[in-house]
Design a protein around this ligand. Sequence first.
Ligand code: MSP
Length: 486
Amino acid sequence: MSKPFYVTTPIYYVNGSPHIGSAYTTVLGDILARYHAPAILLTGTDEHGQKVAEAAAARGLTPIAHCDEVQQRFRDAWAKLDIQYHDFIRTTETRHTTVVQKLLQDLRDRGDIYVADYEGWYDIGAEVFVTEKEAAGNPNLRYLKESNYFFRMEKYREQLLAHVETHPDFIKPESRRNEVLSLLRKPTRDLCISRPKSRLQWGITLPFDKDYVTYVWFDALLNYYSADPKRWPADIHLIGKDILTTHTLYWGTMLLALGLEFPKTILAHGWWLIGGDKIAKSAGNAVDPLAFINSHGADAVRYFLASEMVVGQDAEFSEDRFNSRYNSDLANEWGNLLSRVLTMVQKYRSGVTPGYQEVLHSGPRETAEKAIVGLPERLRDAAVHLIAQDAMGVFRAANRLVDAAKPWDLAKTGQRAALDKVLYALVESLRIGALLLEPITPTKSRLTLEQLGNPSKELLWGSTGLYVTNPGPILFPKMDPANVRG
Ligand code: MSP
C-alpha cells in the first residue's frame, strides 16, 4: 500500500488562543489533506519555553494545568471549523519527549552537540541570542554570561544549500525560496540548544546534563517526526512566513545531522492583516474566527480563508470583505443557482433531472472540464484560491446559461429537447462545482449533492443521469449586516 499523503501545520504556542492566523494554516492543512486523501493531517500545540511558563504564572497556574486548558481551546476551535485532523501532538507528551531525548543523545554521541561559554545579549521576547547589531534598539534584552550546549548548524549549512538549489519544489513560493537561498549562502552561528534550569525549568531535560532544558525550537521542530516516525518524511509542512528560518536553516540542518530525509515541500504563506497590520494576539487586534462561524457557518469561513488569500501573499481581513465574498460567491453564484435549477427541475420535469444530454451551449462544460484538468497542477502549488476560483467559474457559467437560454421560454414554446439539454448542463455544473469545492466546503457540497438527488461523485462531465431531486433549505441565506458577528 502506498504511504498516505502527510501534511503538517505548525504546532501552536499555548500562550494565546486560536485566531484567524492559526485558523488559516489549519484550514489550509485540512483542505489539502482532503484533496490528497488518503492523507494524514498532523497539528498540535507547542507547550514548552519561557513564554508559556510566564503565561501560566500570570494566571497562577502550573505550566501543565495551563497547557491542558489551552490545548483544548485549539481542539474545540478546530472542531468548530470542521477540521478533521488525524493526529494532535502536544510537546509535553511522552511519545515526544522520549524521541527528543533520544535524538539529542545521538547528536551528542556523534559530536554534533558541544558545550561552550556564551556571553552576550539575549532577546527575552523571542527567546534567542542576538548579535550586537541585532541588539541595537531592542528594549527586550538581557546581558547573559553562561555555559550552554550548541548544535553544529554551520557544519551542515552548505549541504542544505545544495539541497535547496537542486530541489525547486522544496521551498515555496519562489520568493521565499530565494530568501532562504541568500540566507544559506552566508555562514551562520551554531545553534544554542539549551537553557540553564537556573533561569528556565519548563522544558525537556537534556539527557546528558540534568541542569539544562532543551531550547523550545529544537524541541518543537521534532514534533513532525516524533508524532509517528513511521510517517516520516512529510509531504508538506505548512508554515507562516515568520517561521521560515527555523523551518529551513534549523530544521534542515537538524535533519541532515540526524540522517533523516527532508520533507518534500515547505510552503510558507503570508499574513492576514487588518488595516495593514499583522493580526496577532500580542498586537491586540486578533480576530476571532469563531464569531464568523456562529453567524455564517464553518464552510463560509473556510471558503473565505481559502479564496481570499493568494497562497504565499498577505491578505487583508475585514468584515466587509468577508460579507462581500459571502454574498457574491456563495449566496449569489452558488446558492442562487441551486435554488433556480431545483425550481425549474420541479416545474418542468416533476423533480427528476434529465438523463445524459449532449450540450447545446459549450460554456459550462468547457469551464468545468478546464477546472477538472487543471486540478492536479493547482494542488502541486497548494493554490486553493485558484481551485475556489475555478469552481466558482463553473457556477458563473451556469448562471449565464440560464440568462441566455431562458428555459422558461423553451418550456412555454414546447421545446422539450432543448430544455432538457439546458437543464442537464445546469445540473452537471452544480454537481461538478460542488465536487470541486468539497474539501473547502464539505457540508455545503454534501447538501448540494443531496438536493440534486445524490448523483454520481465521479469528477467527469456527463457521468451522471436521472435523479429524483430533494429541494431543501436555502444553501447560503442572505445575511443581515446588523447581525453578522453573532
Ligand atoms: N510554536 C511556533 C511554531 C512551531 S512549529 C514547529 C509558533 N507558534 S504560533 O502560534 O506563534 O504561530 C503559528 C503559526 O500561525 C505561524 O505559522 C504563524 O505564521 C501563523 N500566524 C500567526 N499570526 C498570523 C497572521 N496574522 N496571519 C497568518 N498567519 C499567522 O510560531
